[in-house]
Design a protein around this ligand. Structure first.
Ligand code: GLC
Ligand code: MG
Length: 683
């Protein structure tokens, strides 16, 4: 496989990249070079070329060199475009057409054309689309950061003209790319979702790698210890640590409030806020001066002297020692940002051995879910931040579990792992698809605690599944599409032909390329009728004992909360009284989903069965918990795996089900075999 990357922005070179040399010489270059290095390790990858702009001028002679070797297989190729000098990203659009011409000519001069192009940033995607039009080479796209998100943060309306242009270019990139690679669920489900051409089934979340070795080996340093200790009466107490630039988005004030308002937390721990370095607060840039002043006012208001440290300066190489300081005092790392796109500091702190309390908005969701290394909180609720810190500090078993999760972080956010999944997707995308045998039967499984939960069982299932010609395989889950996809890929589950997600409120069908998915718009339309999301939301707002789940779990057609069975009954009554049609689904004694009345895993399976034109007896379903009841109830061939919860086996509506003797995916196979034997008897 020959992969051609296109990256036009910034001052790109193979080594000694000067990050920050220009505003566009940023993280995406690091990402790209790390990706290329990992990608080159794969035997299937024969050649990698990174194509960038050639320019001359005061930034350095290196950027005018036509070719630079990156490694045995990888080369950086600099091609000319319309203007000879450096171009900032706001002007890059003027270079695109000419660069594309030169790239097409370059490709024509090679012995062998690239199999696939990977565009970084939307201007590169415009180039890739032009190349595809001429040469038919498909392209994948990574946005790295999005104009809409930036426009939202700037808050100005109308949107600045350069941003409006960028957003339009991103729309085209999303419309054209064969596959879009995102770093987090937040990016895949929230940030991209604002675009008209957003097509969730073509977006895949592949977390980037990170270099955590430095943090895993973090040791304390006397200089760092002294810089913190001088603030504190009792420096031996556990440390609540935050490390972030003092900008409003990082929301450090909420942490000071959490600490200032919780006597229990004040008694238990010190607060250490490492908020950049400063000579003079008044000389800080942007909103940093104001943010620092706010922090100082709060520290004074709550009279936190002797309990809060906010060192004035630190060196970049001190960061591991800062984590070590908190770790050696049995502390906790807190990231209270209003939104955190990815959350690299969380990975670093976790690798250094600290439990996390992290914002539930953005990338931290994925990190905490995958690694089990902390707790998520609503960053706007100081009380929740304090409670989470106290919970971790007060529960040694939980503390130990979070620390152990740190090792998982290093293993998960690893470039080799990223490259392996990335190549898998590219290979499948390029591979010719064999003609699938006609579908004669359909098996739909819940994911958590049914299909997955036991690795050995899933391995057996994988082999079993590969022998089932004619059996279409689908999943039905409470998770969102990207959350489900991420866990299925992590566990190397077979790729489902159909994905029923968000408790049946969304359906996705595998495309002919065997990689991407298409949203079932007919289903969306069917269930949307009569759904008053805002009405339901308002009616349930503030109900005692009903706690909203994180922002990523709230979907257009699904509102999700935590609450017990009694609360679930009250929710049903309230919605009835308000005349708001909805379906309320309670599972695991604590999850509470509110969906359009016509939506459930059960009705969704019916929709799929009709699409596949299968008779009732050709469909098997398998599940383990309350959110599977609707699906198990209406199917004659329903399987309950042995590790069920929510009293499924004694549920009166499920007496027709087969309760497997085996757990997880073994139970699924056992159930299918059982029903096939029965069918053979009848037949
Ligand atoms: C998954 C979803 C959650 C839902 C639960 C039960 O965990 O992420 O939102 O409440 O399933 O359906
Ligand atoms: Mg389940």
């Amino acid at each position: 496989m020959f992969v051609l990357h296109i990256a036009l922005q910034g001052c790109l070179r193979g080594d000694d990249v000067v990050y920050g040399l220009t505003a566009d010489t940023g993280g995406h270059i690091r990402y790209l070079l790390d990706l290329v290095a990992a990608s080159a390790q794969d035997r299937d990858v024969t050649r990698i070329v990174v194509a960038t702009r050639r320019f001359t001028g005061p930034l350095g002679a290196a950027y005018a060199v036509p070719e630079e070797r990156l490694s045995d297989k990888a080369t950086l190729v600099r091609l000319a475009s319309a203007s000879p000098g450096y171009r900032v990203k706001e002007e890059m659009h003027a270079e695109v057409a000419c660069f594309a011409d030169n790239l097409v000519a370059w490709i024509a001069a090679q012995d062998c054309a690239p199999d696939l192009i990977h565009a970084h940033y939307a201007d590169a995607a415009t180039v890739a689309a032009l190349v595809e039009d001429r040469l038919g080479i498909p392209f994948v796209f990574t946005a790295h950061s999005l104009g809409q998100v930036k426009a939202m943060m700037l808050g100005a309306s109308p949107v600045r003209p350069d941003l409006a242009r960028r957003i339009a270019t991103e729309e085209d990139a999303l419309a054209r790319a064969h596959l879009v690679i995102a770093s987090s669920r937040d990016e895949a489900e929230v940030q991209y979702a604002g675009y008209d051409t957003y097509d969730p089934g073509r977006v895949r979340v592949l977390p980037p790698g990170s270099d955590l070795a430095r943090f895993a080996a973090a040791r304390p340093h006397p200089r760092v210890d002294a810089a913190i200790d001088r603030f504190l009466h009792d420096p031996a107490k556990p440390t609540i640590l935050a490390l972030a630039r003092p900008v409003a988005r990082k929301n450090l004030a909420a942490l000071v409030r959490a600490y200032g308002e919780s006597a229990a937390l004040r008694a238990r721990a010190n607060l250490v806020i490492v908020a950049g370095t400063r000579e003079d607060i008044d000389a800080l840039d942007g909103d940093m001066a104001e943010t620092m002043r706010d922090l100082l006012v709060l520290i004074d208001r709550y009279d936190l002297y002797g309990r809060v440290a906010y060192p004035k300066t630190h060196r970049p190489e001190d960061v591991p020692a800062i984590y070590a300081y908190a770790r050696d005092r049995g502390g906790v790392f807190v990231n209270p940002a209003l939104n955190e796109p990815f959350g690299l500091t969380l990975l670093e702190a976790s690798a250094a051995g600290l439990p996390l309390v992290a914002t539930d908005s953005g990338g931290p969701n994925d990190i905490v879910e995958t690694c089990g290394n902390g707790l998520l909180v609503d960053p706007r609720a100081p009380g929740a931040i304090a409670a989470a810190c106290l919970r971790i500090l007060g529960d040694p078993a939980l503390y130990a579990r979070c620390v152990a999760g740190g090792a998982r972080a290093a293993a998960t956010y690893d470039w080799d792992r990223h490259a392996a999944r990335y190549h898998g997707l590219l290979r499948d995308l390029l591979a010719p698809r064999p003609v699938a045998p006609p579908t004669r039967q359909l098996l739909v499984c819940d994911i958590d605690n049914t299909l997955i939960g036991c690795e050995a069982a899933l391995g057996i299932f994988r082999r079993w599944r590969s022998r089932q010609a004619g059996l279409a395989f689908g999943v039905a889950t409470g998770r969102s599409f990207h959350s489900a996809m991420a866990v299925l890929e992590q566990q190397e589950s077979p790729r489902p032909q159909v994905m029923i997600t968000s408790v049946g409120s969304e359906i996705y069908h595998l495309d002919g390329n065997g990689v991407t998915y298409t949203v079932d718009l007919a289903w969306r339309q069917t269930i949307s009728a009569g759904w008053d999301r805002a009405g339901v939301h308002d009616a349930l707002c503030g109900l005692d004992g009903l706690v909203p789940q994180g922002p990523l779990e709230q979907r257009a057609l699904k509102l999700s909360y935590f609450g017990d069975a009694a609360v679930a009954r009250r929710v049903r009554d309230l919605l009835d009284e308000a005349g708001l049609p909805a379906r309320v689904i309670h599972s695991h004694g604590r999850y509470l989903d509110v969906l359009p009345a016509a939506a459930s895993k059960g009705t969704a399976v019916d929709h799929v069965r009709a699409l596949y034109a299968l008779p009732e007896h050709a469909v098997f379903v398998a599940g383990d918990s309350g959110n599977d009841i609707e699906m198990l109830r209406v199917r004659t061939q329903a399987i309950i795996v042995a590790n069920y919860s929510d009293d499924l086996a004694s549920n009166a509506a499920l007496q027709h089900s087969y309760v497997a003797r085996r757990t997880h995916a073994r139970g699924i196979i056992e159930g299918v075999s059982h029903f096939r034997r029965m069918l053979a008897h009848v037949g």
